[in-house]
Design a protein. Structure first.
Lengths: 277, 300
């Protein structure tokens, strides 16, 4: 037998694990008896009513097919396609994240370049950073008076810290030799920032951005459960209120897939700016 | 008439961390003529790298001035190109871009094509041609990286080229090859070069004149030894020259013994200029002006 490549063998193992896991799950769900097979006693005690239970994977797959074949339908406030819900969530994440990046990267540059700014701002960062982003929610709702904007604010506040700290760290750690190259070539501060410091710090900055997008995607689900209306977080909570566990499991899977996609996109950029010393 | 580059009464002191001061070197005074290749030789700790950083404008001396071409050196400038010991190439740029980056800074008015042409020419002069120039520095050997760094410095035609132990990180064989290349690229130009090294043979091969530093603290530039071996020189031929071992012995004696004895001493009264030394065995004997008798003893 020819030796298969590592990737191919890993893929076989992954698929086998998936199949085994799904089979165990499917087998573990007790089937409900048909009404005809029940004893009179069982019918009288209500066993004939459809019971809420964890659905087997086959049902989840049927649901997924149903949802994914028409992701953008809109049948009123409580019945929108999964594509629309995810679209809202991604929109909020990207807006909040972009605002955070627009502030964190220049501010991180300043903190990284100036020991004074670092010492002055560090206490604030250290106090604000560990605050759960959801703790800001009541204040945000009161001040902003808009649930949509509040959700975006929560994303902003949770994604700013890793970007800020990593940018400052990356900028402060740029090798002095490279800065000296810029100095001996008479580059002005703006040129130095863009041609030497930014590319030198880019891998560290991208690491921060990748951590941030991960956190933002974690937080958006919780934030949308609170603010309601639209979004994947709201969808999960709504289906839980409907006791539709099939949809809940399906949306959990979708959250994972989208999160993976966001991380992969940042990972791609990170590889593009990486360099070997 | 002042020399092209003139270092006057340069002193560097650092706080020693216990409230006092540490004087690295004091009242260093020397000059470099236009087109001259001057090497400074001394033990580590005598402040060679500090002198280099001051000449490059990357740091300021505690006191004293550096005047180049009639103007005082203040801050870094494109007129003073530097080749650092650790190459200092930007690792995210290709070899070619590491050179074009410098050329574009020197000639902002040039078109992209001119910049690339000029850079490619200088890379070719150090033997880097073809696909190699599109590689990243991490894909090059240490010797090739230092070639790129040398090409970048020469391509900018600085008025003064500073070489900070450029071959220090290279193995002996590679070092020899690149020394030859440096000589080749330098000989076609009128480039003034100031170089730091601690390799005596390298200094003799390359230099017109060697400045010898005593040990620190209170280091000073004690002697200025003229290398009386005609150019063009090659590593295999200079060792046959009658002056080679005479000069080499003098340098070894200085670094091995006198740099310690002279540490902390002041130079001749009223001046700290290095004592000129000229050793030439090919000249007829009894020429007191060019060969001070005191130094003859070293040669015989």
């Amino acid at each position: 037998m020819p030796t298969l490549s590592l990737n191919f063998r890993a893929a076989i193992l992954s698929v086998s694990l998936l199949i085994v896991g799904l089979l165990i799950w499917e087998a573990a769900i007790p089937a409900q008896k048909a009404v005809g097979e029940l004893t009179e006693y069982e019918i009288l005690t209500g066993a004939g009513q459809p019971k809420a239970g964890v659905p087997p994977p086959s049902q989840v797959m049927v649901k997924a097919w149903e949802q994914l074949s028409d992701p953008f339908y809109d049948a009123g406030p409580n019945d929108k396609g999964i594509g629309i819900q995810i679209g809202y969530s991604i929109y909020r994440v990207l807006v909040g994240y972009a605002l955070a990046a627009a502030i964190a990267i220049p501010l991180g540059f300043l903190i990284g370049m100036s020991p004074l700014a670092y010492k002055a701002l560090n206490p604030f960062i250290q106090v604000l950073r560990p605050i759960s982003p959801l703790a800001w929610m009541p204040l945000a709702l009161f001040v902003i008076q808009d649930s949509e904007a509040s959700a975006i604010f929560v994303i902003f506040i949770c994604s700013i810290w890793p970007m800020l700290i990593n940018t400052a760290f990356g900028v402060a750690g740029v090798r002095e030799d490279w800065v000296n190259v810029a100095r001996t070539h008479e580059l002005n501060p703006i040129q130095t920032a863009f041609t030497v410091i930014l590319p030198a710090a880019a891998p560290t900055i991208l690491t921060g951005m990748r951590i941030s997008i991960g956190i933002a995607w974690l937080v958006i689900v919780a934030a949308e459960m609170l603010v309601g209306g639209t979004g994947i977080g709201y969808y999960v909570w709504n289906e839980w209120n409907n006791l539709d566990l099939t949809s809940v499991i399906f949306s959990i899977l979708m959250i994972g897939v989208v999160g993976m996609g966001l991380d992969a996109a940042l990972g791609f950029v990170q590889r593009a700016v990486a360099y070997v010393e | 008439m002042k020399p092209f580059l003139s270092v006057e009464n340069m002193t560097q002191r650092y706080p020693d961390g216990q409230g006092g001061e540490l004087t690295v070197f004091e009242d260093a005074t020397f000059g470099v003529e236009k087109g001259e290749f001057v090497v400074i030789l001394g033990h580590s700790g005598c402040g060679k790298s500090t002198i280099m950083n001051i000449l490059a404008g990357l740091s300021d001396p505690t006191s004293g001035v550096v005047v180049m071409d009639g103007a005082e050196v203040k801050g870094p400038s494109l007129d003073r190109g530097v080749v650092f010991q650790n190459y200092s190439l930007l690792p995210w740029l290709s070899t070619l871009k590491n050179v074009t980056f410098g050329v574009a800074a020197r000639h902002p008015e040039w078109t992209k094509a001119q910049v690339i042409d000029h850079s490619t020419k200088y890379l070719a002069m150090v033997g880097l041609e073809g696909d190699v120039i599109h590689r990243k520095p991490s894909q090059l050997s240490g010797g090739m990286r230092q070639r790129v760094s040398i090409a970048r410095a020469f391509a900018n035609h600085p008025k003064l080229l500073l070489l900070d132990e450029p071959f220090g990180a290279l193995d002996a064989l590679t070092r020899g090859t690149i020394q030859d290349e440096l000589l080749k690229i330098w000989s076609g130009t009128e480039q003034t070069v100031f170089m730091i090294t601690h390799d005596i043979d390298e200094a003799i091969l390359l230099a017109d004149r060697i400045l010898l530093m005593t040990n620190g603290p209170y280091a000073r530039v004690a002697e200025s030894v003229e290398i009386t071996i005609p150019r063009p020189r090659s590593r295999t031929e200079i060792i046959e020259h009658p002056n080679y071992y005479a000069i080499r012995n003098h340098l070894v004696q200085f670094l091995g013994k006198r740099s310690k004895e002279m540490a902390g001493q002041k130079g001749a009264v009223g001046t700290n200029s290095p004592t000129p030394v000229r050793i030439d065995k090919t000249e007829p004997e009894g020429d007191p002006e060019t060969a001070p008798p005191a130094l003859r003893a070293v040669n015989e």
